[in-house]
Design a protein around this ligand. Structure first.
Ligand code: FEO
Length: 169
């Protein structure tokens, strides 16, 4: 079983990960509209990753013989002025998710649930990678992508991203 407060926090995190999937789906739609297929591909991989993050938590709550309670998923933003503005939003969002994971771990520690703390360690490492990936894209956009030629070339690069299912344990 999970402590009641911890169970609620896990359910909140499941919602946050599904919201992430939804937000990135909205961003993929934006890239489809402006025909940046490489950026759309990057988002499609991200969508699958977020789904895996949510399902990892979903399965863990069940593994602990606790209750998954799905919540409403908020409407994401649907329009951006530029690719740069969009990736600034992605970076802020991933920092927010990192803070949510840290809060979840604080609750697991507070209720002395060592197993949950160990399980959540995977998410801590994943967030370091998530923030780093997005930060690198943001740096490229800020430093060198001042024109459409650069954006076009960068789009080709992001087309090569491939999804690999994570092993969450
Ligand atoms: Fe599941 Fe991008 O954090």
């Amino acid at each position: 079983m999970l402590n009641e407060k911890l169970e609620q926090a896990f359910n909140d995190q499941i919602n946050a990960e599904f919201y992430s999937e939804y937000l990135y789906l909205s961003m993929a739609a934006y890239f489809e509209r402006i025909n940046l297929q490489g950026f759309k591909n990057w988002m499609n991989v991200q969508i699958q990753e977020e789904h895996a993050h949510a399902m990892g938590l979903f399965n863990y709550v069940h593994e602990r013989n606790a209750k998954v309670t799905l919540q409403q998923i908020a409407q994401p933003k649907n329009d951006w002025e530029s690719t740069l503005e969009l990736f600034e939003d992605v970076y802020k969002h991933e920092q927010y998710i990192t803070s949510k994971i840290n809060e979840l771990i604080s609750i697991a520690e507070e209720v002395n649930d060592r197993a949950a703390v160990i399980f959540l360690d995977w998410y801590v490492k994943e967030q370091v990678e998530e923030e780093s990936n997005v930060s690198n894209i943001l740096k490229t956009l800020k430093l060198i992508c001042n024109d459409n030629n650069c954006l076009y070339m960068f789009d080709k690069e992001l087309a090569s991203r491939v999804y690999t299912a994570p092993e969450i344990n």
